[in-house]
Design a protein around this ligand. Structure first.
Ligand SMILES: [Fe+2]
Ligand SMILES: [Fe+2]
Length: 241
């Protein structure tokens, strides 16, 4: 075991504000490091809140509960397989965001040729992701009747149409080669990237936790595995055009 493998332990049992202390500890954790947090009370809700504040950028689990002490283990998110829809879909958001950000950097430099394959990957990734959310998960958990106060599922479905359409336009413009207008492409990508981030944040904060809570109440064997498969291309023949 190397020094980096040694868990770093933070004892928060006497903390008056354990949530803030846990957040600070997780923020200071270095990549690859295992952090252990000790709590005097059951910490699941507190850790869910910390995870939300950090957009689920780490994996946590209650490793041990004994004699009034709860031991929570925090590791890199990629060190474990996603075990909830929130983790799976948030990771895919982050992966798509990274691809899109690199494509945007190229477009900003006028390098449309270099941006195009990344835009294509984003487009394919988003079609899979949106198919999974629209055609598999939303019907499974139920799509409420249109509500005037912006139900999260209806909001999501509506935003997907816009996102895919905007990305399709960018893709079309970028595929013009020499004739492509890099500054226009970069401007449109900048706008879409802001819209995408808001959309993803809303899903991660409102919708996915609702879905995961529903799954805890009523498990659906195979659903998470199916969603993983879809993101990896297992149902590409069923993606809507
Ligand atoms: Fe979405
Ligand atoms: Fe999403």
């Amino acid at each position: 075991m190397t020094a980096a493998d040694q868990p770093h332990t933070l004892d928060l049992r006497d903390e008056s504000r354990p949530r803030m202390a846990a957040l600070a500890g997780v923020q200071q954790r270095e990549e690859g490091q295992t952090l252990e947090l000790l709590f005097a009370e059951e910490p699941s809700l507190l850790m869910q809140a910390v995870a939300l504040m950090m957009r689920n950028r780490f994996h946590w689990e209650v490793a041990e509960a004994d004699h009034g002490t709860w031991r929570v283990r925090v590791v890199d998110r990629d060190a474990v397989e996603p075990d909830s829809l929130t983790e799976l879909l948030s990771r895919d958001h982050e992966r798509l965001d990274r691809l899109f950000a690199i494509a945007l950097q190229h477009a900003n430099k006028g390098e449309v040729d270099a941006a195009l394959p990344l835009v294509e990957s984003c487009y394919q990734g988003l079609r899979r992701h949106i198919y999974c959310e629209n055609d598999v998960l939303a019907p499974h958990f139920g799509i409420p009747e249109e509500s005037p106060h912006g139900d999260p599922t209806n909001t999501m479905l509506h935003e997907h149409d816009n996102i895919l359409q905007e990305l399709a336009e960018i893709r079309e413009m970028a595929s013009l080669g020499e004739a492509a207008d890099a500054s226009m492409i970069a401007a449109l990508m900048g706008i879409l990237s802001g819209g995408l981030a808001k959309h993803e944040g809303r899903e991660e904060q409102n919708l996915f936790p609702q879905w995961d809570a529903a799954l805890r109440r009523e498990p659906a064997p195979g659903l998470l595995e199916r969603a993983k498969g879809i993101l990896n291309g297992a149902e590409d023949d069923r993606l809507p055009e």
